[in-house]
Design a protein around this ligand. Structure first.
Ligand SMILES: NC(=O)c1ccc[n+]([C@@H]2O[C@H](COP(=O)([O-])OP(=O)(O)OC[C@H]3O[C@@H](n4cnc5c(N)ncnc54)[C@H](OP(=O)(O)O)[C@@H]3O)[C@@H](O)[C@H]2O)c1
Length: 304
């Protein structure tokens, strides 16, 4: 049995069919697992917060491998990186040890570090550290930013209205990876024992500024991207003002600033050498796929 914590998310929904196709039993844990629709034939669901230790312990029964894809950084009811990415993962790790789980696959993030300016990256690092010293067999996957996540946030308004907003100057190169490619590595981590004990950085084909990212979406949709930029000074002010009242939102704004200014480039070379058969999917292909329905339903227009 594979326990997929956060299996209802963007990545989780891509991982499940790959594991089912291999005949593996899947159990998904999330707060809204029951309302998540059909996740796949025979998939068990546990509706629980990862902070609910007894529920997490029950979900571990009979589990061989845990895949943690939880995140508390973004989304309408996100609880924050400290609560989910650090403490939630600590709960999963401790419960996995207690239940005699064999292997734990942790979804972390490229550049996770104890002194990173973004809390998310520090909390992921704390979870990595706990996992490495847990006594469990482990595999840590460190992807860059998911194309699908940012296509939904920044690309979809463009497709729907021809206009979008990026946070900051939009001139800083960032690496983006397709979540489909990441899912293939998660599958590999589950089935291939030679991955155990490794920390794998998963980068996509190109580093792109947000201005370039929106231009690619514009090309795919066949009309130029009209992009507004939220000024850095406004983001700094927002991040400070929100800190006490809306700390999760303040963390998101702070991370937007980091993404606009810190070196976020990465290299797909190592992952290609590790698993040459897994594609390094370009952004235009992912955008075509993600927006196929919107583009097809546009009156008098189709994909470029
Ligand atoms: N998206 C990116 O750009 C990116 C980049 C690098 C690494 N990652 C990592 O990759 C993994 C998957 O990312 P994703 O984008 O697929 O995430 P996602 O779509 O936001 O999904 C997050 C999942 O975590 C669950 N979750 C959140 N809070 C929870 C809680 N308190 N208790 C139980 N479950 C909870 C969510 O379900 P409920 O809301 O129903 O609880 C959902 O299933 C995460 O670990 C993320 O940090 C993502």
């Amino acid at each position: 049995m594979i326990l997929l914590a956060g299996g209802t998310g963007t990545l989780g929904r891509k991982v499940i069919p790959l594991l089912l196709a291999r005949g593996l039993d899947c159990r998904v844990l999330a707060r809204h697992a029951d309302g998540a629709g059909e996740l796949g034939p025979g998939v068990e669901t546990v509706t629980a917060d990862v902070g609910d230790r007894p529920a997490v312990e029950r979900a571990m029964q009979g589990v061989d491998t845990v895949v943690s894809m939880i995140q508390g950084f973004g989304g309408p009811d996100a609880l924050g990186a400290r609560t989910v990415d650090r403490d939630g993962n600590l709960t999963l790790i401790e419960a996995a040890v207690a239940a005699g789980v064999r292997h734990f696959v942790l979804l972390s993030i490229d550049q996770a570090a104890p002194d990173h300016p973004s809390e998310l990256f520090r909390m992921k690092y704390a979870a990595e550290t706990a996992l490495r010293s847990s006594g469990l067999r482990w595999t840590i996957i460190r992807p860059t930013a998911y194309m699908e996540t940012w296509l939904a946030l920044v690309g979809l308004p463009l497709v729907r209205t021809g206009r979008t907003r990026v946070y900051g100057q939009g001139k800083n190169p960032i690496n983006f990876v397709a979540a489909d490619d990441v899912a293939r590595f998660v599958e590999l981590a589950v089935i291939d024992p030679s991955m155990e004990g490794s920390t794998v950085v998963l980068a996509g084909p190109r580093d792109l500024t947000f201005d370039q990212f929106t231009a690619v979406v514009g090309e795919v949709t066949g009309r130029p991207a009209r992009v507004d930029h939220a000024p850095r000074a406004m983001l700094r002010l927002l991040s400070t003002v929100l800190q006490r009242v809306r700390p999760v939102l303040a963390g998101q704004v702070g991370t937007a600033l980091v993404m606009d200014s810190r070196d976020m480039r990465s290299d797909a070379g190592p992952r290609q050498r590790l698993a040459p058969s897994i594609p390094v999917t370009p952004l235009a292909d992912v955008a075509q796929r993600e927006f196929a329905r919107e583009l097809a339903s546009r009156p008098d227009e189709g994909p470029a």
